[in-house]
Design a protein around this ligand. Structure first.
Ligand code: M6R
Length: 582
């Protein structure tokens, strides 16, 4: 949540470059924005901030070779100009991603400061400024303040009269980009990918001071120097850009033509390492949130069917009730696109301390979960920028499907099934298919309610379908286990209520018939057409991997429902791509 970005270099257009880079991080938060430039003429700082999305902003900034900026998803304090970052207190100007949990306690002690915002961030700026007044150097002041912060943070700090930019993190991501004449620090790589793909990953409790092309890393607690390796990230700029596509969401949906096949590149050795942890365990949990949780729920069925293993699936936010069962024999499989989701991270941190073994499946390689895991598996879907998770979800399911086959020493059979699935999804995804789904969207868009049912691994896909439709089209959508309908939800059905039916097995078709008898309009998503369907979205028969193919037409439907309602599917209200707060 929140994108932060800094540049220190030799170009006097740092302000414009920070604005441009921040636009590429907008998916992280988009309710307000701000940029601060250290002016070349006299070293003073110039701050420009506003409420609203950064994507449409055009600005001229004064010349300056150093700038920091922020695109916000509000946590503390409403969406106002005063609460937008950067925050300037005394000599300190600062942007922050994260949550300073004990800020009120510190705010009360800083009696000589007059706070202009309701944010926790302004308190960090005041703490640093206060330490400067007491005689600390900037890096000492930042260290002292950072050690008093409870919670997660990534901060970028400019100090009046001192060239260079300081950055520090604990719990929220920060990546340093190494250009030939300038250095970048950002929450995510797309901010600077146009300039460089050479990066240093900042770890928790580390700090960096960047000035021009130099970067000095140190331990945030002790100040001891830290050596960093330059890493070349394999991302291409096109992967992180919309290009010809009107939105990231539809681009990423169509990228599933390749991303599922890409999962097959996973090395056997890595899969076997992960399986070893699972097989040596005595009790295993999938921990995830939102869409990743639904992918994990589908995997619960994959493991049950393929390898006869029962794995508990718990949304990370509900895991505290079960943590007393976590011990050194527990295996936890954390599934997360971003690898930064706070609810998941907290469970992992505590479980690891208890000796549990962590298997992390993430898309972002440098993420906290990736680094915390005993075994990390990459879902390798490439940057996912739309808030609605699409290609990451199917890649997660594909990888978990392969893992279930690994459990019974049948990786190759898993690969063959996935290969066939990937190739039929490649055939399925074409402009004609999309326009057919758009026409279905046109016929249902005016209904305020929509229901989705599915059985077995298509039940979690019914839940996931609901998330997709809710988050981008704001239509009230709810998913149910097909067999549960008659135990209550069927009372919601009225004449014309659209109901998406995932699957064509006999029992689900009977449930569809029950819905239709009560007036529902049935939209079938299946390999075969059934008489009960009023509309049919064909998907290939995927031999056990049906969940992967079946969610894709619903992703397209959700996208077009959003467009038909005049909404921006890439930036739904109230949401942000990676939820780094609890
Ligand atoms: O980055 P993660 O996979 O951990 O994110 C988890 C959820 O926040 C995420 O899947 C969310 O539900 C999506 N926006 C839904 O499309």
């Amino acid at each position: 949540m929140c994108g932060i970005f800094a540049i220190s270099g030799d170009s006097p257009k740092a302000g414009a470059s920070v604005l441009k880079g921040l636009k590429k991080l907008e998916y992280r938060g988009y309710d307000s924005w701000g940029v601060c430039v250290r002016e070349s003429k006299d070293g003073t700082v110039f701050i420009d901030k506003e409420i609203g999305k950064i994507s449409t902003v055009r600005r001229n900034f004064p010349d300056g070779c150093e700038a920091i900026g922020h695109s916000r998803w509000a946590t503390h304090g409403g969406v106002t100009k005063a609460n937008a970052h950067p925050h300037q207190v005394g000599k300190v100007t600062l942007v922050h991603n994260g949550i300073f949990e004990n800020y009120i306690t510190h705010k009360k002690t800083l009696k000589t400061y007059k706070f202009l915002s309701e944010t926790d961030t302004e308190v960090i700026a005041a703490m640093i400024d206060n330490f400067l007044h007491q005689g600390s150097t900037p890096d000492q002041a930042i260290r002292k303040a950072a050690t008093q912060i409870e919670g997660r943070f990534a901060i970028l700090v400019m100090v009046e009269g001192i060239s260079g930019i300081y950055a520090a993190r604990r719990g929220s991501p920060l990546i340093v980009g190494r250009g030939s004449n300038q250095t970048f620090v950002a929450s995510d790589i797309p901010a600077f990918l146009e300039q460089t793909n050479v990066v240093n990953y900042l770890d928790d409790n580390e700090m960096v001071y960047v000035c021009g092309k130099n970067a000095q890393f140190s331990d945030l607690r002790t100040g001891d120097p830290v050596q960093k390796r330059n890493i070349e990230v394999p991302w291409k700029i096109e992967e992180a850009e919309k290009g010809e596509w009107s939105h990231f969401m539809i681009k990423e949906i169509f990228e599933q033509k390749e991303t599922i096949a890409r999962v097959l590149k996973q090395e056997d050795e890595k899969l076997l390492q992960a399986m070893k942890l699972l097989q040596e365990s005595n009790g295993a949990y999938f921990i995830a949130c939102g869409t990743a949780h639904k992918a994990a729920m589908a995997a619960e069925y994959f493991f049950a069917d393929i390898s006869g293993r029962k794995i508990n699936v718990v949304p990370a936010s509900e895991m505290p009730s079960f943590e007393r069962f976590v011990n050194p024999k527990t295996a936890i499989i954390a599934v997360s696109q971003s690898g930064e989701t706070a609810d998941v991270l907290e469970i992992l941190e505590r479980s690891k301390k208890k000796g549990a073994k962590i298997i992390g499946l993430t898309n972002v390689l440098s993420s906290s979960i990736a680094r915390m895991a005993h075994v990390h598996l990459s879902i390798n879907a490439g940057p996912e920028k739309a808030v609605a998770s699409t290609k990451a979800a199917t890649a997660q399911m594909a990888l978990l499907f392969l893992l279930a086959f690994t459990d019974v020493n049948k990786i190759n059979i898993g690969r063959q099934i996935l290969w066939a699935t990937a190739s039929s999804i490649n055939d399925m995804l074409n402009p004609r298919y999309e326009s057919w789904i758009r026409s279905v969207a046109e016929r249902i868009v005016d209904h305020p309610n929509l229901f989705i049912i599915g059985r077995k691994s298509l039940y979690p896909m019914a839940l996931e379908s609901a998330i997709k439709i809710q988050e981008v089209s704001y239509i009230h959508a709810q998913g149910f286990a097909a067999g549960e309908l008659k135990h209550g939800p069927i009372a919601l059905i009225e004449k014309g209520t659209p109901c998406i039916v995932l699957g064509d097995d006999q029992e689900t078709v009977s449930n569809a018939t029950e819905l239709k008898s009560r007036g529902a309009k049935i939209i079938g998503v299946s390999a075969t057409k059934q008489d009960v369907f009023d509309e049919w979205l064909r998907v290939p028969d995927c031999n056990g991997a049906q969940a992967i193919a079946s969610i894709i037409p619903v992703q397209i439907l959700a996208y077009h429902l959003a467009l038909l309602k005049g909404l921006d599917p890439d930036m739904p209200r109230n949401l942000a791509k990676s939820v780094t707060v609890k």
